[in-house]
Design a protein around this ligand. Structure first.
Ligand SMILES: [Zn+2]
Length: 473
């Protein structure tokens, strides 16, 4: 009977199953029980070999990935009460947004088509002075978390105020994040002085440093919004607790000109002269960088966050991504705050990162789809010093992954999944989002947030923002 069954593949499978189920109970017991299996899709691992498994599967137990393999191999080794069928879809590591200001989603579209300094000083800083509060930040974070879960972001790095409220909302939504409490020279909603900001940051670090999802950090805003003492104190605080530092760097030509005038040095060299650069540091933007500046970042092991959409919208410039990467600087992608983008869709960030380098260099090969995907996943993780935890689908890493639908007319046909992820996929093609082994969205339904309530609450806040800046309806 067994010999006859092996004449067809299906017969062979049935015989194998029968053998597993009935004739050798010991083997059945060897199929390890896990908490979740995602199976049947094209699994783009972004691992060291950039393996693509089709059909592939990911076995997850608790918070971790235990195996990534061909679907039949996973089926032979694992069983689970919960299985997500990803047939016809693409499974990949969750996207990593290395630079944003989550609550600023509430300023989305408030003031567009302006240069950075005018935009900041005439609109954003005044609006923030009148509206930022713990309640505002909570509502904004919930909206941002909803948008990130819906568009496949699983880890984000944030720089804002009342970061402890952002941490609570982020954790509740189930996302992973590096959250930096802002230190800035002028009075802001949560601190009248940089010293007060630093003590808030210290309390925040103490409260959250052992969390499984939240990494607390110090976020000195920029070298041009802080004096020397505050910059040094920010570094000292981060070193005392071994936490990351997030800072804006060389975003505009004006910042570099100002630094040369005030200090006789570029922003990067000035910070180097203060002993500011240290471990687990992410510099956002890095647009106006000399070769010496890039060498400093490389030597100090600083991560860079490239924000192509924000840089284009504010006409800040095109970051030297090719040179940064060639020098060995881990360069992730970011959306920046939604007030300068105007969304948190990391698929767009990948696409625009590729397009911008092609345009800038005059070479369509300059930054291809595979590199853009790397930057949004494994390299972003490296920039945040989290590459042992996330950034690729590999056993031992945290189970942060997404399932992307490929059924929209615009996605048909599909010859190359990586090309599709970068050049035609949009955030709303994401079907399922999993962080730390927990399903946050399944088939477009977000399970950790009440989407209708989050949206209604954000619209109510927009009325207050409108009134605060004197915007007519
Ligand atoms: Zn920013």
């Amino acid at each position: 009977m067994r010999r006859r069954a092996f004449r067809t593949p299906l017969g062979g499978l049935l015989a194998a199953l029968a053998a597993l189920t009935w004739t050798t109970p010991a083997l059945t017991q060897e199929r390890r029980s896990v908490s979740l299996i995602v199976t049947g899709g094209i699994v783009v691992t972004v691992d060291a070999d950039r393996r693509i498994l089709s059909p592939g599967a990911v076995a997850i137990d608790g918070t971790s990935i235990v195996a990534v393999d061909r679907a039949d191999q996973i089926a032979a080794r694992f069983r689970s009460a919960e299985v997500i069928d990803a047939s016809g879809r693409v499974v990949l590591p969750g996207l990593i947004n290395t630079h944003t200001h989550a609550p600023m989603v509430l300023y989305r579209g408030l003031a567009d088509d302006l240069a950075l300094m005018e935009w900041l000083q005439k609109y954003i800083f005044p609006a923030e002075a009148k509206t930022v509060s713990p309640e505002f930040v909570r509502a904004g974070t919930r909206l941002a978390a909803l948008e990130m879960i819906e568009s496949g972001t699983t880890t984000y790095a944030d720089m804002y105020y009342f970061e402890e409220a952002i941490a609570e909302e982020t954790r509740r939504a189930g996302l992973r994040a590096v959250l930096g409490q802002t230190i800035i020279q002028f009075p802001v909603a949560d601190a009248k002085t940089p010293a007060e900001g630093l003590s808030r940051a210290e309390a925040f670090i103490k409260a959250w440093r052992n969390d499984d999802l939240i990494v607390p950090a110090v976020a000195p805003h920029a070298m041009y919004t802080l004096d020397e003492a505050s910059l040094k104190a920010s570094r000292a605080l981060a070193d005392r607790y071994g936490v990351p530092v997030l800072i804006h760097l060389a975003e505009t030509r004006a910042e570099v000109d100002g630094s040369r005038k005030d200090h006789g040095l570029s922003p990067t060299a000035y910070l180097e002269s203060l002993g500011f650069w240290g471990p687990r540091t992410v510099a956002a933007h890095t647009v106006w960088m000399s070769d010496e500046d890039i060498a400093i970042l490389a030597r100090r092991g600083i991560g860079a966050s490239h924000n192509p959409e924000s840089n284009m919208k504010l006409a800040s410039g095109a970051a030297p991504v090719l040179k940064l990467r060639a020098a060995g600087v881990a360069t992730g992608l970011g959306t920046d705050g939604a007030a300068s983008n105007n969304d948190l869709d990391m698929f767009e960030a990948m696409r625009q990162a590729a397009f911008l380098q092609k345009l800038q260099s005059g070479d369509p090969r300059a930054l291809g789809a595979a590199t853009a995907l790397d930057m949004a996943t494994r390299e972003g993780a490296r920039a945040l010093a989290m590459d042992r935890l996330v950034g690729s689908l590999e056993p031992g890493k945290r189970a942060d992954l997404i399932v992307v639908g490929m059924d929209a007319a615009r996605q048909v046909p599909m010859y190359d999944p990586v090309s599709h992820l970068v050049y035609v996929t949009r955030g709303d093609d994401v079907q399922t989002t999993i962080v730390n082994g927990r399903v946050l969205m399944r088939d477009r339904r977000v399970l950790t947030l009440d989407a209708a309530q989050v949206v209604a609450e954000a619209r109510a806040w927009a009325e207050k923002v409108r009134a605060a800046v004197g915007l007519s309806r």
